[in-house]
Ligand binder design. Structure first.
Ligand code: BJW
Length: 231
């Protein structure tokens, strides 16, 4: 087995203290996603959206990566074939856990995007409507570099190519509720890949996987990586 595609979701960062979206007490049970995670919500009330992500950014900076992030970094270093690590997470805990090439399909909280010219750059600290775009000098157009509902996730061609060519697809800590990521297991399976789900509980797309490992990511992911590297 040579080529592995790993997709991660909020569950891998849950034990780092970053909340999930759809679990009991998840973010979307407390906040109306149409107000904070859509371009329309941002247009209607940019200050509210920027404040929401300023708080999320601060939470992310305070969080620490966990054993599951570290285990995937080890897999990337030690597996003799290819490992593509795709995350839906906007935090940087994979990088802090030691991963080098992380494909952030839903963007990154530590980056900014100019809504006027599309320029993207690294961002730390709070964001406000007084901030200036270094690309086009517009003021009031800076937003978090995050893919909201109705927007196209990043690097989709690259991901679909990898899914068509992989031997093993692994989804970790994601509910399978949000497309296009929820459709990746179908793509990989149709191309003949073995499909494994690692989750606290069976996801919405559980029936599409050949195998499941259930339990907290900090235990299940390191154990699975040990198993894969042992051959
Ligand atoms: C543990 C654990 C532990 C807990 N250990 N596990 C109708 C049908 C089909 C599609 C659509 C439709 N209507 C609209 C759409 C498209 C839409 C969509 O999918 N909507 C659904 C709600 C139906 N998708 C989009 O709009 C996407 N773009 C798109 O499709 O572009 C094409 C297009 C463009 C233009 C026009 C037309 C088409 C964009 C999606 C963007 C998602 N953005 C968010 C917010 C990002 C910023 C932010 O963080 O605020 O991304 S939403 C949110 O959900 C976030 C996540 O990345 C994403 C996925 O969530 P995730 O990671 O799965 O988390 P949870 O909470 O759902 O699950 C956690 C899991 O962890 C659970 O399973 C737990 O069991 C587990 N867990 N603790 C292991 N310790």
């Amino acid at each position: 087995m040579k080529r592995i595609v790993v997709l991660t979701g909020a569950g891998i960062s849950a034990e780092s203290g970053l909340g999930t979206f759809r679990d009991k007490d998840g973010l979307w049970t407390r906040v109306d996603l149409s107000e904070v995670a859509t371009p329309e919500g941002y247009q209607a009330d940019p200050d509210k959206v920027l404040a929401f992500y300023n708080a999320r950014r601060a939470g992310c900076v305070e969080a620490t990566h966990n054993a599951a992030h570290e285990a995937l970094a080890r897999l990337q270093r030690e597996w003799p074939g290819q490992v593509m690590l795709v995350t839906q997470n906007i935090d940087d805990l994979h990088e802090r856990g030691g991963s080098k090439d992380v494909l952030h399909m839903h963007g990154q909280i530590l980056r900014a995007l100019c809504a006027a010219c599309g320029y993207r750059w690294r961002w730390q600290g709070d964001m406000s409507r007084r901030d200036l775009c270094p690309g086009c000098s517009s003021v009031g157009t800076v937003r978090p570099d995050i893919v909201w509902f109705g927007e196209m996730p990043y690097r989709m061609e690259e991901i679909y190519t990898a899914l068509a060519e992989c031997d093993l697809f692994v989804a970790i800590g994601t509910s399978g509720a949000v497309y296009p990521a929820a459709g990746f297991v179908g793509e990989a399976r149709a191309s003949g890949a073995e499909c494994l789900e690692i989750n606290l509980a069976a996801s919405d797309t559980a029936g599409m996987f050949h195998r499941q490992i259930l339990g907290p990511a900090t235990e299940t992911v390191p154990a699975w990586v040990d198993e894969v590297l042992a051959g």
